[in-house]
Write a protein that binds this ligand. Structure first.
Ligand code: MRU
Length: 339
């Protein structure tokens, strides 16, 4: 089952609503641009590669629902849809990458119907490619893991963060497929608990041993020799840093302190070769994500809150980056990695 897909019969997007996990595997449908934008903002669909698919399929919804009667009008509608989709979440570059790729594909259109065909087939292609890319990341990346490794991960970079298979968890899945015994330590990932809710659920479904810890325990478990390697996904890789879920930087500093290899697994679509740490906007999310948990108030209702969704890990803290093209060691020259 895919995390997100296009239903060509009903011309809508079908996706797992991840806000219900692990309690319920709820499937929802998005029939219009507003509903897919809401699903992205609310993290019903989340994770950089899944956001790419959502962006592509969002464009497919827009082309399908447009009442434009000329190519010019339709392309204008698509441009508005593209801007709306890209504004939903600014940090994961994959979303903008997919939307721009769909827009670019329309340059080959010759009439109104061809625009529709091109947009829908390009969106489907992006989703199909994602599965193959994740398998390739796993094919290369499993070599980083040895039989018996205890591997820490943060947030969810599994099949729920992609169309299928996963990046960081894809590497773990591929290692297990090769017969290696891997134990995972999943960090809870406050405030929205993608690690506690989604990573643990995914791995348990695959019978991969997993232990849940709070984010603040990572130093303790590393110091006590309970972690052999760390592997995480990424939302954007610039010349100097890897942006990923808030907390990743802290784990990277601790891993370096304890001589533990720290790996990043991500598709090439996550790379922003012209970006630098200071040029990227880190999404700040609603204060209530810290004031409430599962509807229960856990802090004063009016306390001032700082809630950045991502942080930046410097390249010096990273041992290797694995993409669909292979494993890369420092120095990470983005032009070479992306070739
Ligand atoms: O806010 P989220 O849940 O979308 O953040 C997701 C992450 O930070 C993931 O680690 C990242 O997107 C990589 S997913 C393969």
């Amino acid at each position: 089952m895919r995390t997100i897909d296009w239903n060509d019969e009903s011309k809508n997007i079908v996706l797992v609503d991840q806000t219900y996990l692990p309690v319920e595997l709820k499937i929802i449908e998005c029939d219009n641009l507003a509903s897919i934008c809401e699903a992205i903002r609310s993290l019903r669909v989340r994770g950089a590669p899944a956001l790419a698919a959502a962006g592509g399929f969002g464009m497919a919804l827009a082309v399908n629902l447009s009442s434009a009667t000329s190519m010019e009008m339709l392309l204008k509608d698509l441009k508005v849809a593209a801007d709306t989709l890209k504004a939903t979440r600014p940090t994961a570059v994959n979303l903008a990458w997919a939307v721009n790729r769909v827009l670019k594909a329309t340059e080959d259109a010759y009439d109104l119907d061809s625009i529709k065909d091109i947009v829908i087939s390009e969106a489907i292609r992006i989703a199909d490619e994602d599965v193959k890319i994740n398998k390739s990341i796993g094919k290369h990346g499993h070599r980083l893991l040895e039989d018996g490794d205890r591997v820490m991960t943060h947030c969810n970079a599994g099949r729920m963060a992609c169309v299928d298979w996963g990046t960081a968890l894809g590497v773990i899945r591929s290692a297990v497929e090769k017969g290696k015994e891997i134990e995972v330590i999943a960090c809870e990932t406050r405030p929205l608990n993608q690690g506690g809710r989604i990573t643990t659920w995914e791995l348990m479904q695959d019978n991969i041993p997993v232990t849940l810890i709070t984010d603040s325990m990572s130093g303790h478990v590393m110091k006590n020799g309970m972690v052999d390697k760390v592997i995480v996904g990424a939302d954007r890789i610039t010349q100097d840093v890897v942006f990923n879920k808030i907390g990743t930087y802290t784990h990277s500093v601790l891993a370096r302190e304890h001589d533990i290899p720290f790996f990043v697994a991500a598709p090439i679509s996550t790379f922003d070769p012209n970006g630098w740490e200071e040029t990227v906007k880190i999404e700040e999310r609603d204060a209530d994500e810290l004031r409430y948990m599962a509807g229960q108030q856990i802090a004063p209702a009016n306390v001032r809150v700082y809630n950045p969704a991502f942080d930046a890990t410097p390249m010096e803290n990273i041992t290797a980056i694995v993409t669909e093209k292979g494993i890369f060691q420092p120095p990470f020259l983005l032009d070479e990695v992306m070739m």
